[in-house]
Write a new protein. Structure first.
Length: 438
């Protein structure tokens, strides 16, 4: 297996680097924590380690040091398409090197061998009430796969240095099955179809997903699926879903337990709901004006939204101080393929108007759009219009990054995560002491 071979070759050097930092430089201060950070959700506290991705406030997400445009340009492309193979992205996240077309196809072929979903998973999904949320179904399906965990089966007989090998097996088995599980949930939930789906080994990850979804333009949607999964794959270790998997994994929970935890965090309205909220707002605007409004109409409507105590979803970012490159990439994708679509034209107009309004209001640190401001618009164009399902799509993509982090955490022997808590009285005493004159 190509990923196993490549990681094995890199591990001795990486383990020595981590060992040296911990033993020889453990007392070097990295950052100082404030009361505001303790109370404010640990915002911006530099306390996590990952080499898989980094969010540069001035440039956006970097995958293994590469920006979004660099990543999309460098990765090998799918046959007959312009978007990269998802297997190439997974190789990059796992190994830290841009793969050749052959190496990317090896990952794709390995996924095809592992893609079959056990019958008991289908039976469990079909037994659930019809009103069950698709994210509940998705998380339950991942947990239902846990009895096949290689890590769990081998744990008591493995040495610590071998954990990563079983973690990699589980991660490959998990990521291979997610497109089938997601597509099955979609067809069962919204169309009442319960026939088992099959993965075609002659097609790549993105095309397989597009073929299994009920869309008319499968070739176009395959391109979007490739792009969507790549853009949503990782976002540092501090976002809620990635951190949830890291925390669960640090207890040596296997990839299935850990990824279910990540999905449960992603299901929270403050994390994975933004894409559908953004699309819903665009549709509300379109319905209100009977199409795309004028610039002046949208300007006034945006101010009315803010003055009524509501926010304009999709604008602003907790880390970025520039327009999200993932937004730009999706906008360019759409403009090349369906430039006259009304929702797309509206999204472009919002891009022109809303940042100006937010700057005039003066509350937003970054008034530029993030990835969610347009991602739902693209799904809607291709006919995927059941908003509750959008977070499942997010989850399929996010699995790529969090499992890469999970494998490397086990490979480098990262310990169980256990931060120290303080009481409110302790914080008050610290503040009072700091306030006293010298």
């Amino acid at each position: 297996m190509i990923l196993h071979e490549k990681i094995s070759a890199k591990l001795p050097e990486w383990r020595e680097r981590i060992k040296s930092l911990a033993k020889e430089h453990g007392d070097v201060k990295v950052d100082e924590v404030t009361v505001g950070q303790v109370i404010g959700g640990m915002r911006d506290i530099k306390s996590l380690l990952t080499d898989v991705s980094y969010v540069d406030p001035a440039e956006g997400i970097r995958f293994r040091g590469m920006s979004i445009p660099e990543t999309l340009k460098a990765l090998p492309k799918a046959r007959g398409g312009k978007m990269p193979l998802v297997g190439g992205l997974y190789y990059l996240l796992m190994i830290g090197e841009v793969p050749t077309k052959e190496q990317a196809m090896e990952v794709e072929a390995d996924w095809a061998k592992r893609a079959e979903v056990p019958d008991h998973v289908y039976k469990m999904l079909k037994s659930m009430p019809k009103e069950t949320h698709p994210m509940t179904l998705f998380s339950q399906a991942v947990l239902a796969l846990q009895n096949g965990s290689v890590f769990a089966a081998k744990y008591h007989g493995m040495k610590k240095d071998e954990y990563w090998e079983a973690a990699l097996e589980d991660s490959l088995n998990l990521t291979a099955k997610l497109p089938l599980i997601a597509a099955f949930i979609y067809r069962m939930k919204y169309f009442g179809e319960t026939k088992k789906l099959k993965y075609n080994p002659k097609q790549d990850y993105g095309m397989n997903f597009a073929r299994m979804m009920k869309v008319e333009d499968k070739k176009g949607y395959a391109e979007l699926a490739r792009l969507y999964f790549i853009l949503h794959s990782d976002h540092e270790s501090g976002n809620a879903s990635a951190h949830a998997m890291h925390l669960a994994g640090s207890t040596l929970s296997d990839a299935f337990y850990s990824f279910s935890a990540a999905l449960n965090a992603l299901a929270g309205p403050l994390h994975g709901l933004a894409n559908q909220e953004c699309l819903g707002w665009l549709i509300d605007v379109k319905n209100k004006f009977g199409g795309v409004p004028t610039r002046d109409e949208l300007y006034k409507f945006s101010w009315d939204t803010l003055n009524s105590g509501h926010v304009i979803p999709g604008y602003g970012h907790g880390v970025l101080r520039v327009i999200d490159p993932r937004f730009v990439t999706q906008l360019e994708f759409a403009k090349k393929r369906f430039p006259e679509d009304e929702l797309l034209r509206l999204a472009e107009l919002v891009l022109d108007v809303v940042p100006q309004v937010l700057r005039e209001q003066g509350k937003a640190k970054n008034p530029a759009p993030n990835v969610d401001a347009i991602s739902g618009t693209l799904q809607y164009y291709y006919g995927v219009r059941d908003f509750d399902f959008y977070t499942v799509l997010f989850g399929v993509g996010r699995a790529l990054g969090v499992t890469a982090n999970y494998v490397w955490s086990r490979a480098l022997g990262m310990p169980i995560e256990r931060p120290k808590s303080l009481t409110t009285k302790m914080l008050e005493d610290m503040v009072a002491k700091k306030s006293q004159p010298a």
